[in-house]
Ligand binder design. Structure first.
Ligand code: ADP
Ligand code: MG
Length: 359
């Protein structure tokens, strides 16, 4: 087969084409005595759905506000598509923000709320109407275009806010706890929709959340914040299965953390070890193969529908949790039962660095 000629697409200059959508270089923010953000370096790729996850007060919103330009860093540089914007005003940056309190105009219809930014930009009427219709269809609200915000549910209002931001086609969309005000079922639905919309429009999304399930469900990558710094950046699988610190292990769901002393005694490894509860299996009888095992006594059984968690006290008084899915017949133990715990060696994970604790 004959080789084809060069593709017809025009590629931007190499430097810009390869630049991340967002780069932070040595970014810090102090509010008087408070160090809200300490010396961050971070790259977020184009088209990425990136989450900043961490407890309240860990600096997530401050980072988002600095990217948007609402806050000036005390030190460091911020680049968008490789160009420095550190001192630029918010309206000179191609980013758009969706806040937790959607702040819709109460006296304007859904369509007018979504079209507002376009009207400010003096987009012609027919074109404006076309783009609003398209944006509303994307968030499944085309049938509610004439309603007022007060006539919508929380989830619908959230989608109006999203449509209002998307219609302006920013290069980057910043979302600060956008689903925080929704009840759980709606929040889970919106997580799936948000991810689908992001994939469809291909815009870089940066999402702030304190909800680990939300971050794991939605993200291409997650940064785990702690006290103004980032403890780890990785894919959901990496941060969950291979936490870099005890803080990350503990923040992303339940983790059994085994101190080096005990790890040495139980497993012959003098390291800080962690294993997820769902990776521990229980049995009444000792395993017949050569699988590693420790014995213990069930002290608590916690039923939660899809799974049951057993609290097991080991020799020496340390307790671990083992979570078994419903339908796992080998796991019907009661308080006071002696059990053998087994696991795959690869599930017992040595936590590499631990700035939050001295061992
Ligand atoms: P998060 O979004 O992770 O909950 P924030 O970025 O809002 O955290 O806050 C990080 C820290 O900075 C907190 O200790 C907070 O009290 C402080 N902080 C945030 N904004 C201000 C401000 N405008 N003035 C003083 N302190 C602030
Ligand atoms: Mg916040």
């Amino acid at each position: 087969m004959r080789s084809t000629t060069a593709p017809a697409t025009i590629t931007p200059p190499a430097a810009e084409a390869s630049a991340p959508a967002i780069s932070l270089r040595g970014v810090a923010k102090h509010f008087g005595e408070t160090v809200a953000v300490r010396n961050l370096d971070l790259d977020i790729a184009r088209g990425e759905l990136f989450s900043m996850l961490g407890p309240s007060g860990s600096g997530k919103t401050t980072v988002l506000r600095m990217i948007a330009g609402f806050e000036q860093p005390t030190a460091g540089r911020i680049l968008l598509d490789g160009a420095e914007v550190t001192r630029k005003a918010p309206f000179d940056r191609e980013v758009n923000t969706v806040f937790q309190d959607y702040a819709l105009f109460p006296h304007m219809s859904v369509a007018d709320n979504v079209g507002y930014g376009l009207a400010v930009r003096k987009v012609a009427r027919d074109e404006l109407r076309r783009q609003v219709t398209e944006a509303l269809a994307r968030v499944h609200l085309d049938h509610l275009a004439d309603r007022l915000p007060s006539q919508l549910s929380g989830g619908q209002r959230q989608r109006v806010a999203l449509a209002r931001a998307l219609v302006l086609r920013p290069r980057v969309l910043l979302l600060d706890e956008p689903l925080g005000a929704l009840d759980r079922k709606l929040r889970e639905q919106m997580q799936i929709e948000l991810k689908a919309i992001q994939r469809e429009v291909g815009i870089t999304f940066v999402l702030v959340t304190h909800d680990q399930d939300e971050a794991l469900t939605l993200s291409d990558r997650v940064a785990v914040f702690h006290e103004g710094g980032i403890e780890q950046v990785g894919t959901p699988t990496e941060v969950y299965e291979r936490p870099a610190t005890t803080f990350v292990a503990g923040f992303l769901g339940a983790a059994n953390i085994i101190e080096p002393e005990l790890a040495d005694e139980l497993f012959g490894r003098r390291e800080l070890l962690s294993i997820r509860p769902e990776r521990l299996r229980l049995s009444a009888a000792a395993p017949t193969d050569s699988a590693p095992t420790v014995t213990g006594v069930v002290t608590e059984v916690v039923y939660s529908g899809p799974a049951t968690t057993y609290v097991v006290e080991l020799r020496g008084g340390t307790t671990v949790m083992a979570t078994r899915p419903a339908g796992d017949d080998s796991a019907s133990h009661r308080r006071g039962d002696a059990v053998h715990l087994t696991w795959s060696p690869s599930d017992l994970y040595a936590i590499p660095g631990s700035p939050t604790r001295t061992t």
